[in-house]
Ligand binder design. Sequence first.
Ligand code: FAD
Length: 311
Amino acid sequence: IDKINKALEDDRCFWSFEYFPPKTQQGVMNLYDRIERMCNLGPLFIDVTWRWGGKSSDLTLELCSNSQTVYGVEANMHMTCTNTNFDLIRSALEKAKDQGVQNILALRGDLPDNSVEFDPEVGEFKYATDLVRYIRKTYGDFFCISVAGYPEGCLGPDDVDCDIRYLKEKQDAGADLIITQLFYDVDNYLAWIDKCRAAGITIPILPGIMPIQNYGGFKRMTDLCRISVPQAIWDRLEPIKDDDQAVKDYGIEVAVDMISRLRDAGVRGFHFYTINLERSTRMVLERLQLVPTVHEVRPLPWSPSLNEKRA
Ligand code: FAD
């Protein structure tokens, strides 16, 4: 959080990259290569997600810890708490502390399916706030704690005001930073920021940016997370939806436009949902002239993109 505060104080733009733990050993090796290359883009920190119930807890921590020691980049470890064995959470926090991982994104997590309610027998924590409180009480200021924010409501638009009240509770419980859900409606995001500030939320808020990678994935993700997409974006996607390269190029254009508008409104930090891919994030930062441009070898039309081939 000190690095973020310093960048904000200096009125300097900064960015962070989110990755998820791959399922295979080869995927893990590829991800390490990618993180190393993407560290050349100067992220202020990287995030690694955590699979529901702590199923990836060791790998999440390993990716964070190795990225810090090998590539020298600060890492933020995600941790979900609902319906999760308390000993697993306690031990993951202890290991993070021992390995010098000092940043935790404290989350509730999703319930395994809609029919399963919070089970107090399995977990100690019902909401993300409970985890934030526990970490602060147990570890004092050792960890920088970030939490999730939802510009379009965690459960949808009717939930926005209520959500802001609970977001303030997360700040009061000790959170240092908010990272938002991805979004594509910049005006709505800026109005939500105003509402958060009016509700007494003073900690930094980083907008979640996910460059569109392919039409099917984009549609699924925005439906699943209940993200509203401006009609103009759907209109531009419709004629190119079967051309993956054209969709990726348009996705870069959308992200560049969003970040430019956010910068004009005074936003300085940007959190990229990379989905473990490199090219779009790099191209966005290059187009914005935030990093030097690297000469790019365009893939031949009949071969998969050089980057994606390694995924
Ligand atoms: P909470 O802040 O606990 O809120 C959950 C819901 O409960 C909200 O509707 C809120 O309004 C309500 N609520 C909160 N407090 C109270 C209260 N005291 N009383 C009544 N209602 C309350 N999921 C993963 O499994 N792994 C990840 O790594 C991961 N990373 C994420 C990163 C980001 C930046 C974001 C935005 C989400 C991520 N998620 C991840 C998804 C997240 O776990 C889900 O969206 C989950 O449904 C909500 O988590 P939360 O921490 O926001 O929950």
